[in-house]
Design a protein around this ligand. Structure first.
Ligand code: GDP
Length: 444
């Protein structure tokens, strides 16, 4: 699916990687080519534009790492931006709710809705040991309900007995009732499709949705239709609020644009991809793996990651020196917080600092996690440079302004200031002790 794009990007990066030094104009020229490659792959224009803007901004502000080439660094930045564009983390479909859990399948006719319904039912049955009931709400195509029944027999999943003449909402109600009575865990409702998004279709889906209150509403879209698939998903999302996308025909020779822009345009994750006509041909969508497949640069990415870690280590040491001198201001604290957040936690960084047992304790008490990092950074961001350098100027009205600016309470601001004081003080004390020879070798 991504072969063409992958070849193009590979060519661009091979050129960049080999250069010893990169001028800004080199990066810009490369980005123009990347943008072209993305558009040729049928990525939505605004998505491609944002992608290039993000990468360029990141590349310009990037610290130069000694052990890798600038070109390699750019590859890493592109990789990260692509993972983000694809949705960062893989998300599987959820059945975590009170059974019977309703899953609503929606989409255009021929997108692979019924096939995907069967694939998911089979997966839930075999991999998650769920008792699944499938029901077709397609009362327009005469053979639709029959098709699902035959599919169910093939994969060993129960289908709701067909009663001719019932309306979609009645069938949905009957499916939920039967599932409750017979102890099913999951009910998969395969709705009718149309050739185009139309008002009738949406009304029907909405009525069913309002009745069953689905735990997941999955839009099935054909990846071969490129940006149309993305537009259909947006439209369905607006009308019936989808929770995720199943992208079919990823085994085909589409250009990949749908997969690449789906998340960025709709804000909804691709949860599963169909990779063939067989009932087993269903895979989870892993943004990192897809990016690495497209870029084919996994080795460069991990190389740069390592180099970045070493830089962080050197910076941590520099910081420790500053702390020891007692010149640790809020600006320093902010870069500390940023680093900690980046390195996945306080411990990672603290372990790099010499002699930090005490601070570690103090920080553990303040129960630090990602959210806390973000909040702390936001508070410091709302201060003026002067306030960061001289926290003692922070009077009540300044604190109030900062709290409002960062969306926290004054108490949060005070907490941060207290923590800063504690850090600065502990550091000073430690240096004194170390100087007097009483703490020759305090391990962190
Ligand atoms: P529906 O009208 O949306 O319910 O579409 P169907 O489920 O009946 O699928 C239409 C056709 O697409 C069938 O021939 C399926 O076998 C085929 N199909 C569905 N998903 C995939 C897929 O991921 N890859 C391939 N190659 N074919 C698929």
């Amino acid at each position: 699916m991504f072969d063409n794009l992958s070849d193009k990007l590979g060519g661009i990066f091979d050129g960049l990687k080999r250069r010893g030094a990169l001028k800004e104009s080199d990066v810009q020229a490369a980005m123009r080519e990347v943008r072209m490659a993305l558009l040729e792959a049928d990525v939505a224009l605004p998505v491609a534009k944002k992608f290039i803007a993000d990468v360029t901004k990141e590349a310009v502000g990037q610290k130069v790492l000694k052990s890798v080439s600038p070109g390699q660094q750019v590859v890493k930045i592109v990789n990260d931006a692509m993972v983000e564009m694809l949705g960062s983390e893989s998300q599987s479909i959820s059945t975590a709710s009170v059974p019977p859990v309703p899953i609503l399948m929606v989409g255009l006719q021929g997108s692979g809705k019924t096939t995907s319904t069967g694939k998911i039912a089979k997966r839930l049955t075999e991999k998650e040991n769920k008792k699944v009931l499938m029901a077709s709400l397609d009362t327009r195509r005469p053979a639709a309900q029959e098709q699902l029944k035959i599919l169910g027999e093939q994969i060993g999943v129960k289908t709701l007995p067909i009663i001719t003449g019932q309306q979609p909402v009645e069938i949905a109600r009957r499916a939920m009732d039967a599932a409750k009575l017979q102890g099913f865990d999951v009910v998969m409702l395969d709705t009718a499709g149309r050739l185009h998004v139309d008002a009738d279709l949406m009304t029907e889906v909405r009525m069913v949705r309002d009745l069953v209150n689905p735990h997941e509403t999955l839009l099935v879209a054909d990846s071969l239709t490129g940006q149309d698939a993305v537009n259909v998903a947006s439209e369905f999302d607006k009308q019936v609020n989808i929770t995720g996308v199943v992208l079919t025909r990823m085994d085909g020779d589409g250009r990949g644009g749908a997969a690449l822009s789906m998340r960025a345009v709709t804000g909804k994750p691709i949860k599963l991809v169909g990779t063939g006509e067989k009932m087993e041909a269903l895979e989870e969508f892993h943004p990192e793996r897809v990016a690495s497949r497209i870029l084919g640069m996994g080795d460069v990415v991990s190389l740069v990651e390592k180099a970045q870690e070493t830089i962080d280590e050197a910076e941590a040491e520099k910081m420790a020196k500053k702390m020891a001198k007692g010149t640790f201001d809020l600006e320093d604290m902010r870069s500390q917080i940023r680093q900690m957040a980046k390195m996945g936690g306080m411990k990672g960084v603290l372990n790099l600092l010499p002699g930090v047992g005490k601070i570690k304790q103090a920080m553990n008490q303040s129960s630090v996690d990602d959210k806390v990092f973000k909040r702390q950074e936001a508070i410091i961001n709302s201060m003026t440079p002067q306030e960061r350098a001289k926290p003692q100027v922070l009077n009540a009205s300044r604190k109030k302004r900062i709290a409002a600016g960062s969306g926290v309470t004054v108490a949060d601001v005070n907490k941060l200031l207290k923590m800063h004081k504690q850090m600065a003080k502990t550091m000073k004390q430690m240096t004194k002790l170390q100087k007097s020879g009483r703490m020759p070798n305090m391990g962190g």
